[in-house]
Design a protein around this ligand. Sequence first.
Ligand SMILES: [Zn+2]
Length: 268
Amino acid sequence: MFRLLLVFVFVTNIFAYDVIKGTTFLLKLKNADEKVFKDGVELVKLKHPTKKDSYFVLVPVAYKTKEKTIELLRKNQNNTSTISLHVKDGNYPKETLKVNPKKVKPPKEEENRIYKEYLESKKIYATFTPKRYWKEPFEKPMSSKITSSYGNARVFNGSLKSFHSGTDFRAPTGSVIRVVNDGVVVVASNRYYSGNAIIVDHGEGIYSSYSHLSKIDVKVGQKVSKHEKLGLSGATGRVTGPHLHFSIILQSKKIDPLDFIVKINNLY
Ligand SMILES: [Zn+2]
């Protein structure tokens, strides 16, 4: 009897999942009345891309999160249940890189510029565009070999410690870079660390970014369609050589872009 009761409580009220730091948890909702809360705040419900009256929520788990468990409260008219996300460390490898020393210890005269660029990105990523620009599944920006994965613990020039906030694709200078889904260009400029960079707003708190380009072929405010050419790869900014640094920013968090693409495309 006791065991039966335990099973019953588990099945109806508590659900638990393991989530790796830097990845996204996608929760499909059972009906339109359902609401999901985190720390007392209701999460934004997003419309399922193909199923009518169907919704989901996205919970990005920051790479540097200190939370051990994230509790989500799922409520509908007659029922409340708890979803526990057990946050796990990723088995992210270490890598050491040698770059131009100026990109590790920037000269004083560049500090203002770097800070301005940091604030600009922060403001953009915190902007929630309610409109969804995309209709179809996401694609990768290139199909070439991945030379450095998301999450790698990095040491630049033996001193600066950081983590890899995107995925690097092998791309000799001049390779065509394509946008991963429909959106609007919100940044198309040269930046201290990212070099020539493009950021695209896909709506609903989802942004993609493309760094170290040799050529930018789009302008801020321009609408872009999935697979459209954004520019050409290069080796501008803080790099060891030419490649594409690709990232996805979800609700201001730089999460594993390829993991995000797999999860969102699973809706189709
Ligand atoms: Zn990179």
